[in-house]
Design a protein around this ligand. Sequence first.
Ligand SMILES: [Zn+2]
Length: 157
Amino acid sequence: MLAEFADGAHGRDCRGSCYQCLRDYTNMAYHSLLDWRLAGELLSILRATDDTSNQHGRQSAELLRDWASNIPPGDVEFWDDLGGTGPAVLFEERVWVAAKGPFEAADAAMSSPRISIVRDAVAANTRGVCDMVFVDDFLLDKAPARVSAMLADFDGA
Ligand SMILES: [Zn+2]
């Protein structure tokens, strides 16, 4: 079922749920919470497979790009690839922003291997900006303005 949702125009256009996939009148109270991508990611974790990671990476890149495109160009710099680790945004020349999956651990004590690699790329980058924030792509999708507000308040990790 999830593979069908990911196919074609629906996979491209449906941001979480719609009347072609998960929504119907009986679950109207929960429409804003239903998200087949999130379900797929959780399922792949439960199955201990990584088959959604490529698709997930593509979607993260798009969300990050969409979010950055709504910020005045002088305040953000979009990088297609930060040191081989995928897209990142340099926000106000003071903090790097990268996307992470909603179930991906990114705190200092416990990070996924991918997150550690991104942190190393930030440390190795020559722009001299060491602060790094990982933004949940679920939040980037559902509440991009909230991400901008949190970054405006961010004053170093
Ligand atoms: Zn849908």
